[in-house]
Design a binder for this molecule. Structure first.
Ligand SMILES: [Zn+2]
Ligand SMILES: [Zn+2]
Length: 349
C-alpha cells in the first residue's frame, strides 16, 4: 500500500509500505478515508522528542499518523462491537485490550499503550490501510458526524476538552488559552460552553487570533507588554484557569505568571526533555499544575453528544485539503504556521 513514511527530520515521503495484517484477534483493519496532521507530529518532523524517543536522521522508518477515520474491512474473532462496512473513527492511541487494566476500561494505563504512528511499534493511519488493535475500545461509529468532526474527535477536540477541564474552568470564571492551533481554538469554544465569562486567547499568528475573537475571546499577541495588558484585562488578578496548548518554550514560560492566585494551570503541549516550570511561582501563588496525555476515548461520552446536537460547532478549522500523495507538501505547509493555516485534511482514495 501507499503511506506517509518518516524518513528523517523534515522528510515525510509518500511511498510504498508493507500492507498491514490483522495482528491480533481483537484487531480491526480499516480502509482509511481521511486523516490529518497533528501538532505533535511536528515534534517528529523537527527531529525533536516525544518522551524519550528522539526523531533523528538515523531513527527507524515508520508510517505516520494518529488521526484517521475509515471503514472496517476486516475484523478479528474477538471484535464484537464492529463489523465489516462500519464507518468509524479511531482514538489516537490504544492499549493491548487484554491485560487487567485494559479489561477495566483503563487502556491508557496499559504497559503496551502507545499512539498510532509515532514509531515502528504501531503503524499510523496516514496510509491506505491501518490495523487497529483493541478495536472494541478504540473505535467509535461516525454516525451523525461529519468527516471533519470525526477527525477532530480522534484527538484534537478530546485533548482540548481534557486539558481545559484539568484547568478547572468555573461558570462565571476567567480562562486563558495559550497557543491557538486547532486544540487552542476548540478550547476557546469549549470554555464558553462550560460557562467561562472571560476567555483570553494568545497566539503570535493574527488569523488564529481572529478565529478566537470571532468566538468571543479577548486576544493578545506575545510581546514584552502582553503580561501587563492581560493583568489589566483581568482586573489585576490574572486568569483563574490557564490552558497551555502549544508546547513551545515561550508559551510554556508565559503560563505561570498569568495564573491568578489559587488558580489552575494545565499543560498538554509536548515538552522537550529539559523544559521546566518555576517552583516559586507554583508555591507562592498556590497554583495547581497538571499535565498529561489525553485519554481520548474517556472524553467521547462528553463530547460526541454535544457535537451531534450542534452545541459544539468547531467550525472553520480545516483550512486546507490534500490527497495522500501530496503528504510531503501537507507537512511542509502545516509546519509553516503561515497565516490562514490551521488544520489540514488529507483524503485517501
Ligand atoms: Zn494528535
Ligand atoms: Zn493492556
Amino acid at each position: 500500500m501507499k503511506a506517509l513514511v518518516f524518513n528523517g527530520p523534515r522528510d515525510i515521503r509518500y511511498e510504498s509500505y508493507d500492507d498491514p495484517e490483522l495482528r491480533s484477534a481483537n484487531s480491526a483493519m480499516l480502509k482509511v478515508e481521511s486523516c490529518s496532521i497533528c501538532g505533535s507530529d511536528l515534534h517528529m518532523y523537527h527531529g525533536a522528542h516525544i518522551g524519550n524517543t528522539e526523531y533523528s536522521a538515523d531513527a527507524p522508518k515508520f508510517c505516520c499518523g494518529h488521526e484517521f477515520i475509515g471503514e472496517v474491512v476486516e475484523t478479528g474473532s474477538d471484535v464484537h462491537g464492529f463489523k465489516v462496512g462500519d464507518k468509524v473513527l479511531a482514538a489516537g492511541g490504544t492499549g493491548c485490550g487484554t491485560c487487567p487494566v485494559c479489561l477495566t476500561g483503563n487502556q491508557k494505563q496499559c504497559r503496551a499503550a502507545t499512539a498510532f504512528g509515532i514509531g515502528p511499534s504501531l503503524q499510523g493511519g496516514q496510509a491506505e490501510y491501518v490495523n487497529v488493535p483493541n478495536a472494541d475500545a478504540t473505535l467509535h461509529s461516525t454516525e451523525g458526524l461529519t468527516a471533519e468532526q470525526a477527525l477532530l474527535l480522534t484527538d484534537g477536540m478530546a485533548t482540548a476538552y481534557f486539558g481545559l477541564t484539568r484547568a478547572e474552568p468555573k461558570p462565571g470564571g476567567s480562562v486563558a488559552v495559550v497557543g491557538l492551533g486547532p486544540i487552542g481554538i476548540i478550547a476557546v469554544e469549549l470554555a464558553f460552553i462550560l460557562g467561562a465569562a472571560q476567555v483570553i486567547a494568545i497566539d503570535p499568528v493574527a488569523s488564529r487570533r481572529d478565529m478566537a475573537a470571532r468566538l468571543g475571546a479577548q486576544t493578545f499577541a506575545p510581546s514584552p507588554t502582553m503580561h501587563a495588558e492581560i493583568m489589566e484585562a483581568t482586573g489585576g488578578a490574572g486568569a483563574a484557569s490557564v490552558f497551555e496548548a502549544s508546547g513551545a518554550k515561550g508559551a510554556i514560560n508565559s503560563v505561570l505568571p498569568l495564573v491568578a492566585h489559587g488558580g489552575n494551570a494545565s499543560f498538554i503541549g509536548i515538552p522537550e526533555p529539559d523544559d521546566a516550570l518555576p517552583l516559586p511561582l507554583i508555591m507562592f501563588k498556590n497554583v495547581t499544575v497538571r499535565g498529561g496525555i489525553c485519554d481520548v476515548t474517556g472524553m467521547w461520552p462528553h463530547l460526541i453528544p454535544l457535537v451531534r446536537s450542534g452545541r459544539i460547532k468547531a467550525e472553520g478549522l480545516f483550512s486546507h485539503k490534500f490527497d495522500l500523495s501530496q503528504g510531503s507538501e501537507a507537512y511542509r505547509l502545516f509546519d509553516s504556521r503561515d497565516e490562514g493555516v490551521i488544520k489540514l485534511r488529507i483524503d485517501v482514495d
